[in-house]
Ligand binder design. Structure first.
Ligand SMILES: NC(=O)c1ccc[n+]([C@@H]2O[C@H](COP(=O)([O-])OP(=O)(O)OC[C@H]3O[C@@H](n4cnc5c(N)ncnc54)[C@H](OP(=O)(O)O)[C@@H]3O)[C@@H](O)[C@H]2O)c1
Length: 243
């Protein structure tokens, strides 16, 4: 396994949730980390929390905006690994009530954004580097009703990575697919009902609890470090696909 010591890692979505967990773990591994997200305030707060852990800085950028994505890689400079965890709560209305503006916004932020990240990352990604994107359990266990869009988008990442891994070889391209993870996103989706949701889910899960970002981060680290992993999707879901 290659070391992350002194490697530069860009984490798009690193100001919160799963991405913040990856930033913590990468810093512990000796990496130099750049976190990106849209909100400068959230980034500033995250850098303050991470500062004691190592070399970290932030760049504000919206991955749905190509000029922002191009500037992100210009400002970050040459780097070794890209991790993208950025995402927003998905559309959850039955198909007959789909709000097409919201659907397009979601697809732009998640899938089109990933395409733009890959397009611009290759300009400055060093030889031997990798890209890791994030899908999720919704492709395997779609919420019913209302899960069709998020399921389609999450599912597409596996095939995005397979094709890109061939096109960009020897650069490696992989996917992490988390189950439910206790992050700020859930506060936005269900608010105070989160505890009840998580208690019910924990009772069903073989792992007996909902994940924390620290449970998911090692999968990203493994995919960055393992020089023989490419075109792969790793599921870290506490057994959720089994129940
Ligand atoms: N949490 C779960 O249970 C779970 C399970 C499976 C899959 N996932 C997926 O994992 C990803 C991360 O989820 P999370 O729970 O970690 O969410 P989170 O805590 O809300 O964090 C999302 C991060 O993405 C950034 N972001 C959102 N839109 C962006 C954009 N257009 N450009 C740049 N940065 C953007 C946010 O910062 P700003 O808002 O400041 O931009 C924040 O840093 C999502 O795609 C989600 O669907 C989550």
């Amino acid at each position: 396994m290659a070391t992350l010591r002194d490697k530069r890692i860009i984490v798009v979505g690193g100001s919160s949730g799963i991405g913040f967990g990856v930033a913590v773990a990468a810093l512990e591994g000796g990496a130099d980390v750049v976190i990106a997200g849209r909100s400068a305030d959230r980034l500033k707060a995250a850098v303050t929390k991470l500062a004691g852990a190592g070399r970290v800085r932030s760049i504000a950028a919206d991955m749905a905006n190509e000029a922002d994505v191009a500037r992100l890689f210009d400002e970050a400079g040459a780097f070794d690994h890209l991790v993208a965890t950025a995402g927003t709560p998905p559309p959850n209305y039955p198909i007959g009530e789909a709000d097409m503006d919201f659907v397009r916004q979601f697809v732009d932020g998640k899938l089109v954004g990933a395409v733009m990240l890959a397009k611009h990352a290759i300009r400055t990604l060093k030889k031997g580097g990798s890209m890791t994107f994030t899908s999720g359990i919704n492709k395997d266990r779609p919420p019913v009703p209302g899960g069709s869009v998020v399921s389609a988008i999450a599912g597409s990442f596996t095939y995005f990575a397979r094709a890109l891994a061939l096109e960009l070889a020897p650069t490696r391209v992989n996917i992490v697919s988390p189950g439910w993870v206790d992050t700020e996103m859930w506060d936005e989706i269900v608010g105070e009902a989160k505890t009840g949701y998580f208690d019910q889910m924990a009772a069903r899960l073989p792992a007996g609890r909902v994940a924390t970002p620290a449970d998911i981060a090692p999968a990203y680290l493994y995919l960055m470090q393992s020089e023989f992993m490419t075109g792969e999707t790793i599921h870290v879901d506490g057994g959720q696909r089994l129940v």
